[in-house]
Structures are given as C-alpha cells and as structure tokens.
Design a protein around this ligand. Structure first.
Ligand code: PEP
Ligand code: MN
Length: 384
C-alpha cells in the first residue's frame, strides 16, 4: 500500500530531486485495520466454561465479546477500541477455540465475516431475510382513517405482507405537511387491528422513539437520518426491528456503519433498505443502486429490501425497478400505494394506485420464483 502510494506520488510529482531524496517518509505508526476487528470461532464441542474463559480474557484486555450462538457453534465478536496484536495468537491457544477470523471491514457486527449465515429478522412472526420476500405497501403519509384503512385492506388483499405509512414525515420544505403525529400512529394501529398487517413507520427524533415503538412493528429510519447517531443508538436500545434506509449520499460502508451503531446497542434486528442515491442523473428523482443489493449481500448478513418508489420518483417506473431489485436478490420491497395518488399529500407522483399495486404483485411473485424465492404469505388476522 505504502509502496503503491509512493509510486503514484513519484509519477505525479515531477521532482528534480533524486528518488532517494523523495523516499524518506517519516515513519508514522501505520494503523492496522485488522487489529481492530476480530471474531473468535469456538469449536463445536466448546463448553460454557470455555466461552466464559474467552470472555474473561477479553475483559482483561478491556474488550467486549459479542456472542452469537449458532446451531452448531458459538462465535464471539471482539469489540473494542484497540485489539492488541498478540490477541489472535493468544486466542488460538485458548481451550475451546477453533480459530480466529480477522474482519477487514470497518464494521464488525454487521459484517458477513462475523456472521456467515443470513440474519432473519422476525416481525410479528413474519421472517424478513429468510428466502420469502416481504412486500411492504402503503401511502407515503397517513392522511385519514378512511385512507389508511382502505389502503391496508386493499394491499393485504393483493398479497402485501406489511403496511407502511408515515406519521412523522421528514419534509424537505418546512412548509410542507409533516404528518399527523401520534394520531397517525393510532390510525396505523387501527389498520393493523383490522387487517393483521404489521406496521412500518418512521421515527425522526430520539425523543419520539418510545412513543413510535409503542405503535410500530418496524421503526423506519429515513434516508435523511441515516447518520443521526443518537437516533440510531436510541432505536438500538429498543430491540424493535429497524428499517434502516440508505442516506441519499451515503456509501455502502457508511450505511453499514450506521447499522453497526444499532446492533452495537444490542438490537440485531436491522433490515437495510436501498432507496436510491443522488447522482448526476436528473431524469429520475434518485438513481436506484441495484448494485448495492448484491454488494450488501456479500459484505453483510443483514436482510436488505428495496424501495423503488423513492428510488425512481415516478409511479410508472416503479414496477420495472421493483422486479429488478427482486431479481438482484433483495429480501423484499417497500412500495408506496395510495387510493387516490393525485390527491396524496406527499409523494403522489411515485405512488401506485391500489389497482396498479395489485397488478404488480403476481409479477413480483413470478420474478421471485425465477430466482428461487417466494413471497412471504401475510399472517392470519390477529386480534390485537
Ligand atoms: C418515505 O419512506 O416516505 C421516506 C421519506 O423515505 P426516504 O427517507 O427514503 O426519503
Ligand atoms: Mn415518501
């Protein structure tokens, strides 16, 4: 790496000096990424005492061990500011330890290396990430009882697995309608009690987390809040499943580091959501980064769904991009649908009519089947 930097440097800077005069860089301590991140893989026959032994030793080094108990073996993620370079060897000699793995990404708990198997997030009994794609549908904003209840019945009838709707809305303009607040949450709960569909809704501030969590089955963190670290920590404390949208200018690694904030606070139930990013292209509201779906699958064990509504910004583009996301391996979709998009208070231009949503569902099922997946079946109506 250093040699490469020097080479580039010497090409770019046409120095009259001899090479040797350019070379003596001061020897800064090189920070070793791999010394920050490690996973200890226990043997299948490791006992509780072995696991305790590892945790105690980590504690002596002022490190924390994050346990993941798999069906066959337990793995321990080492979390802390600085891992001593000798720890790897030390651990590999420990009773009950099979081997250690260096995690090369800056995130650990969200890394695929830490957890080789896909995480499945349970939302009221619906598995997200397990092979059956979830379809979350509903309006951008909860507007009235009639609007949300009608939408909930229609999308459920069409085969949707969950209901979306914003009660607290992040709006680019301070003059735009910012949601019904707690009344919107009550209406979502009412729609859930009528249809059995779990509710996905956004929380915007740390102080609202308890309130929103009393009503929501999934707490949505919006694109504009992806790097609101206090909010991430607060939802991390709840244990309630979180839908973490990608920031519109965030890299995939920044996004996964935001997921890390939530998991590090003790909430492993993170569902990622690709919702399009800002690029030079102006023909669509955002550019749907289909690549990100495949990249996330490689780098992380977390489930990822796609939002073709915000990804495109135009209702007539939503079906194609929804299908592309499923084909690329997304674990589901979140789609804006409204009984009367022309009159929607927000995002009407990208919302499907209830009829168009119903027409899209069989196509989603067909593409899912083509890539050896299925559509999650909505749960039987639960009496709340
Ligand atoms: C939304 O889901 O309505 C929303 C505001 O999404 P995003 O945060 O992705 O813009
Ligand atoms: Mn919206």
């Amino acid at each position: 790496m250093l040699a490469h930097t020097l080479q580039t440097h010497s090409i770019l800077v046409e120095s009259p000096q001899p090479q040797s005069a350019v070379l003596p860089y001061p020897q800064y301590p090189v920070f070793q990424e791999e010394d920050r991140s490690m996973v200890v893989v226990m043997r299948t026959e490791a006992t509780e005492a072995h696991i305790e032994g590892v945790l105690e030793r980590l504690h002596e080094h002022a490190l924390k061990g994050h346990l993941v108990r798999g069906e066959e073996r337990t793995i321990i993620g080492v979390v802390g500011a600085m891992i001593p370079p000798t720890l790897r060897e030390e651990m590999e000699h420990f009773p009950g330890v099979a081997h250690t793995i260096r995690i090369t990404q800056p995130y650990k708990l969200a890394a695929r290396e830490f957890r080789p198997h896909d995480t499945v997030v349970d939302v009221r009994g619906i598995p997200v990430g397990g092979g059956a794609c979830v379809v979350i549908a509903g309006p951008c904003t909860v507007e009235s009882e009639a609007q949300i209840v009608q939408t909930a019945h229609a999308v459920r009838e069409a085969g949707a697995t969950m209901l979306r709707g914003g009660a607290f809305k992040p709006r680019t303009s301070p003059y735009a309608f910012r949601g019904l607040g707690e009344e919107g949450l009550r209406l979502l709960a009412l729609a859930r009690s009528e249809t059995g569909l779990p509710v996905v809704t956004e929380v915007m501030t740390p102080t609202d987390v308890d309130l929103v969590a009393r009503y929501a089955d999934v707490l949505q963190i919006g694109a504009r809040n992806m790097q609101n670290y206090q909010l991430l920590e607060e939802v991390g404390r709840t244990g309630v499943p979180v839908l973490l949208k990608r920031g519109m200018s965030a890299t995939i690694d920044e996004w996964l580091l935001s997921a890390e904030y939530i998991i590090a606070k003790g909430n492993p139930n993170v569902i990622l959501c690709e919702r399009g990013i800002r690029t030079f292209e102006t023909a669509t509201r955002n550019t749907m980064d289909i690549n990100a779906i495949a990249v996330v699958k490689k780098r992380s064990h977390l489930p990822i769904i796609a939002d073709p509504s915000h990804g495109t910004g135009q209702w007539y583009l939503v079906p194609s991009v929804a299908l592309a996301a499923i084909a690329a391996g997304a674990d589901g979709l979140i789609i804006e649908a409204h009984p009367d998009p022309d009159r929607a208070v927000s995002d009407g231009g990208q919302s499907l009519t209830l009829e168009n949503f119903a027409a899209l569902m069989p196509k989603i099922a067909a593409v899912a089947a083509a890539v050896e997946r299925s559509i999650a079946v909505p749960l039987e109506l639960e009496v709340a």
